[in-house]
Design a protein. Sequence first.
Length: 332
Amino acid sequence: MPCDVNQGSNLTASWGFRMTYAPGNRRAVIRTKPDLTIHFLDICALDVTKRTEAELAVHPRKAAIAARLRELDVPTNRFSCLLALMEKASDTRSARTDEDLQAQIVGDLGHMREFFGEAKVVEPDEYLLDYISQVRKIPVELARPTYLAFLRGANESCFGLYQPVAKAKRLKTASALVNLADGLEISRQHPILAVTIACLYGNASAREVLKFTPTPGAFPAENVLADVMTISRFLGRKLELEADYRRGLTSIRHVSYITDDNGLAEILSCYQGEALSTRDGCGHQEVLTKGRVDFARLLTEISHQPGPRLDPADPASAGPSEYDRVCALVFG
């Protein structure tokens, strides 16, 4: 992805030099430009940049995002619509023609560039048009049908996740969700399972993201999947850019994601990327993102109290807490 590493040369020379060392060696990376921050916009945040003041005035959430973007309009910030484009271009349900989508994306980029006076948009039109031609209606993740099957299965009435689940039934329901993931050969550590279990254990943000409904036909599985997969998509880009910074290949040091979806933002804040790797497949390359999740923070209403004691007089004989049992189920 082009990261506009040559921008910023018009800044004052008094910023000076800073010498750092890449991990694992003593080769100096000489930096003559200030560190930059890149902000990835979701579709809603991208939409805000083309709204008039009158339109923003009647939509407080959009107005709040617009205000935030204006605060970030400084020379050391960069903005990207890559993640929003990734969702639009790969949507297999879209009835738009390629030409219509290309025109819309180029128009969106034009509005972004007009919105920002000091900050820069990193993607040139040519890059995005080439990207669209390559990924048009191709799922970003090859396992997309499997993930959709899991979400639709989790939305079934037998789980009852569209409403709060009785605390006495949660552990059994968590085990059933793990079995559903196992049956579909989905990793137990995948965010799609973790966020679903978070919903089970009362996480309001997870409930907001997953949008489970008692009416299967009304469940927006595709939109929900796009939100959940933002976790790995964003972390992958973040890890890639941070690695390039350490090697001296870019001036972009910090990476953020901007959305007006408070639930998604809260869930995303529970994840931290650790490593990025690739694996060649038959005609494709698989990108593997390794990260950590603050599981205790995700499971907002789970008990951390020890279980019943085998010997009432011996505290050490207490069984594991429900949290420990769920961790053993998912990570054990």
